[in-house]
Design a protein around this ligand. Structure first.
Ligand code: SAH
Ligand code: SF4
Ligand code: F3S
Length: 472
């Protein structure tokens, strides 16, 4: 069972945070005069959830939110390592902070997240980015107070040894009260041959169900209307623990919390997408009828090289079961194009599987070799122009499938959670519900965070639109 972080370690860090806050207060730097913090987040929902915790710790130290890096006294970059592009972008943003530090040497700059957990990147940050004060990997985020304290004292620190525990009891600052991420587990044991995540986020650690349900209750009491459970493979939830509760049971317990809210979860690995989980989606009213089930490829040969532990038949049988139990389900997926050794016929198998699965939406990525993963050394690596051309065809099919799938909502009334007014058209609102794409309807800011019924009048590949319904 995963070592639960000794509450002592978290307690000590929160004590350091209080010390820093006291120090700022003693210097008259509190309330409106307090120094600002700014967090730039890259990557997936897990990172967004982690940044909410970083913000919580920053505020416990007495910092207040700053609108941008200029003028902030604490800048944190929460990085992603999933593809080369994500790392390049983070490094270039970190590069721009040199000017901020030149203008005000008192600014503290820290780099965390998945890229920070790669030894070669941490080394680069240490050597080539002298204005970066500290580097910490995802499971050391709770150490932020002592890192900041040391930076204030002029000491640079580079944390690489993963604590790999679970830090309960840290404060969080959430961006929206009505919509919340809720991490249920950390890390990944799957070692898909292309993927960096197991190396940078460590082995699977599940939070105790009591802790998760308790947090969900607090979220609902605090006005959350949408809760998304997060884990790299939520199907593994609980397998490392002795608490006899898997993801399906955990979701049932959360659904029993009183209140009008909806529950989502991501991501599931097809090799262990269970019947119990499908039952929960089918039976629990609060669970959104949406399953994100990354397939990665439709070719058995490539799936084997990816170390995914399922073949297309197994994947399609899960889809079949799902559609039998939840006929109207929204099904989304991730696909990698140009994995080493991918031939035209493998790619055609992927297109074929997309048609059979009838995805509502896919997230597609050109394969990016990651240092230290087995696939980076596989031959032949696929030339960029070949991958790019395949990607174009894949996107064309993905768009056509989205268009066809979205059209099933026209003429129906959908319940959606209003998620703010459109940036380009202030009279229009965006809502989220069972469809993979946003639902647009005329409305005003006062509806944000409320459930509304929308009579759907039109749809395209990337949108669904309608009018507020008179029906209850
Ligand atoms: N744990 C999740 C995936 C997290 S990463 C899962 O297994 O479903 C999100 C997506 O990024 C993956 O599903 C995969 O499609 C893509 N991805 C991961 N590593 C990649 C790489 N090296 N190159 C390109 N895409 C990658
Ligand atoms: Fe990466 Fe595979 Fe783990 Fe997903 S399941 S995070 S793709 S190793
Ligand atoms: Fe997420 Fe990127 Fe890390 S996708 S888990 S932030 S490598």
């Amino acid at each position: 069972m995963a070592e639960k972080m000794k509450s002592g370690a978290v307690g000590e860090e929160l004590e350091v945070a209080r010390g820093i806050a006291e120090d700022l207060r003693a210097r008259g730097l509190f309330g409106d005069a307090a120094p600002g913090y700014y967090i730039r987040t890259f990557g997936c929902q897990q990172n967004e959830a982690d940044s909410e915790q970083l913000a919580g710790i920053a505020e416990a130290m007495g910092f207040v939110p700053a609108p941008g890096p200029e003028g902030a006294k604490l800048i944190l970059v929460n990085t992603c390592a999933i593809r080369e592009h994500a790392e390049k972008k983070a490094l270039s943003v970190i590069g721009t902070y040199k000017h901020v530090k030149d203008a005000d040497p008192g600014v503290i700059i820290g780099v965390g997240g998945c890229m920070a957990a790669e030894a070669h990147r941490a080394e680069t940050l240490k050597r080539s980015y002298p204005y970066v004060d500290f580097v910490f990997e995802p499971s050391s985020a709770f150490s932020l107070p002592s890192l900041v304290r040391d930076a204030m004292g002029g000491t640079r620190r580079f944390l690489s040894a993963g604590a790999n525990g679970i830090a309960e009891g840290l404060p969080k600052v959430r961006e929206k009260a009505y919509s919340a991420w809720l991490s249920v587990m950390y890390g990944c044991n799957n070692f898909c041959s292309y993927c960096i995540v197991p190396y940078v986020r460590g082995r699977e650690r599940s939070r105790r169900p009591e802790d998760v349900v308790e947090e969900a209750k607090r979220l609902v009491d605090g006005g959350a209307k949408n809760i998304t459970l997060l884990g790299q493979n939520v199907n593994s939830y609980g397998k490392d623990g002795d608490f006899g509760c898997g993801i399906a049971e955990l979701m049932r317990r959360i659904c029993r919390i009183d209140g009008d809210f909806e529950l989502r979860f991501m991501t599931s690995h097809p090799k262990d997408a269970s019947d119990e989980l499908i039952d929960v989606i089918a039976e629990e009213k609060k669970v959104v009828k949406h399953f994100h089930l990354p397939v990665q490829s439709g070719s058995d040969r490539i799936l084997a090289m990816m170390n995914r532990h399922y073949d297309r038949e197994r994947y399609l049988s899960v889809v079949e079961k799902l559609r039998a139990r939840v006929p109207d389900v929204t099904l989304t997926s991730d696909i990698i194009v140009g994995f080493p050794g991918e031939e035209e016929k493998d790619f055609l198998d992927t297109l074929d599987l997309m048609r059979l699965a009838r995805f509502d939406m896919i997230f597609s990525f050109i394969y990016s070799p990651r240092v230290g993963t087995p696939a980076a050394k596989m031959e032949p690596q696929i030339p960029r122009d070949v991958s790019a051309e395949r990607m174009e065809r894949l996107l064309a099919l993905g768009t056509a499938l989205s268009e066809e799938r979205n059209s099933r909502f026209v003429g129906r009334t959908l319940r959606v959670l209003a998620d703010g007014v459109s940036r380009t058209d202030p009279g229009m609102m965006t809502g989220r519900g069972a469809p993979a794409r946003p639902v647009h309807f005329p409305g005003g800011e006062e509806l944000t965070g409320k459930f509304v019924n929308v009579d759907i009048t039109g749809s395209g590949a990337f949108w669904i639109a309608g009018e507020l319904s008179e029906k209850e």
